[in-house]
Each structure stands twice: as C-alpha cells, then as structure tokens.
Design a binder for this molecule. Sequence first.
Ligand code: GUN
Length: 291
Amino acid sequence: MLLDGKYVSEKLKEEITAEAAAVLATTGRQPHLAAILVGHDGGSETYVASKMKNCEKVGFKSTLVRYDESVSETELLAKIEEINRDPYVDGLIVQLPLPKHIDPEKVTATIDHHKDVDGFHPVNLGRMMRNLPCFIPATPYGILLLLEEYKIETSGKHCVVVGRSNIVGSPMSILMARNAYPGNCTVTLTHSRTKNLDDVVRSADIIIAAIGKKNFITAGMVKEGAVVIDVGINRETSAATKSGYKLYGDVDFEAVAPKCAYITPVPGGVGLMTIIGLLKNTLASAKKEIY
Ligand code: GUN
C-alpha cells in the first residue's frame, strides 16, 4: 500500500488553513514564516519556493530574505537577530546548506529557539530528547504524521534508520524510540561505517532511508511485509522532463514495492510531508502552543 504524501498533505493543509483563519480572527494576524536563502543552489531554490507558496495556500504570511553567496557571516547573523526581535514573525528558517565561510552551527544557535520552526536549535533538540514540548524537525515530523495517518503500528517494532544526518536520520532515531505514538520502537541508527548493513536493514520492520543515494535500498535488503519510508530526493538532470531534472528516492521503488506492506513514493511521499511539518510548527508558534 502506498503511503500517499500528496493525499495526506492536501488533507492536513485544509486543517491548517482553517486553523490559520482562526488565528487571524482572534489575533488580527496571520501566522508568519520568514525564510533566509543564501546563494542559488538548485535544490534550495526549489524547496524555499515551495515553502513560500504553501504558506500562501494555507493563509500564512511569508517573507523571503535573499543573499548572494558572498554575504558575510556577520551580516547574516545580524539579520537573524533582527528577525528574532520582530514580534510579527512567528517562525524563522535559514535554508541549508550554507556557503563554506558561514558556520551552520552559529547560524542555528543564533535563531531564537522560540521561533526555530525547523527544530534544529540545541534547545529544541534537547527538549525533544526529553519528550518535552518542542519544535520537531520538519522532515521527521512529516514522517510521524504520515505513520499516524495510516495508523501504522510502531510499538515494539525494529526500526532501522539509514543515515545519521542532523536534519533527518539522527532526530528520526530519537523520535522512533520515544515513549509515544508513533514511537516505542527498538531503533538501529546505521551509517557509512555500519558493518553488514544489508543484514541489519533486512531485520527491520520499519526502514527509514535517509542516505541521499539513488536506489541505495534494494529488494534483497527488505524483509517481506516491511514498512519503507523513503526520504531521498536525488536530482538528476533529464531532457525528458519539463523541469529539466528527475527525482529519485533512496529506495529502488519498482523492486522493493512488491515486497513491503507500505511504501512512500518519490516524488509524492515524504517531501510533501516536510512542508506540512514546517507549516504545523509555524502554526503552533503563532498559537503559542509550545512556548
Ligand atoms: N535543507 C534540507 N532540508 C532542510 C530543512 O528542513 N530546513 C532547512 N532550513 N534547510 C534544509
């Protein structure tokens, strides 16, 4: 069965739209997301444009601040501090990756954690570890919402996360092990140094593939009846498509799909849910539900 990110994200956007209208009615303000984009990375341009467009769709205000990739770290940090102080901004994200001369750790830690709707700030990550109210990173949050929507049983299952990035793999492993639903899994976090990766993945009831390599997860690595979540968005140039590129997941979908109970497609799966995670965090900030 397909875990249909398109269907679920459209349904959740309707709910978010209604809640944004209620915020406007009670406070006189729309939820407001500000994004900072440095440089012209193709993927980042696409993601930020989609974030802004979706804000508009659900009735949020959005502000995009753009810098050339030559911007200094000092100037960027000063802009973050200015937005931190702006009482009319509920959420602030700085799109990653950043140019080499800018320290992403400094950027992340400078964002006011009360507005950190990406959930990357150490305070939010620490609170997540303790199962306290916090902003959960958008992609892991979107995956939780998808598992919840399809009422997928997670308690006691073996969840294998492939990839230990700060944005997806590491937080996902924490979330799947939490005493919560979705959660209560026995989690294995795998990475480039993992020995016998094929055997480890084959023992998974739930596979979360976030490694950034096209078709990395093959049919031979997947147990019959597993749940497969594909976080990969691997872009390859293609003359055959209107956009000029084609997207591939980290999972060899054609070969894996017949073996598993549930699988997310790429595109149309996790990518769309990431936006929902971000919108829900921004809404929660506007409603002061977390802090
Ligand atoms: N780059 C890739 N994913 C993300 C994300 O979720 N947030 C930000 N800010 N940058 C990203």
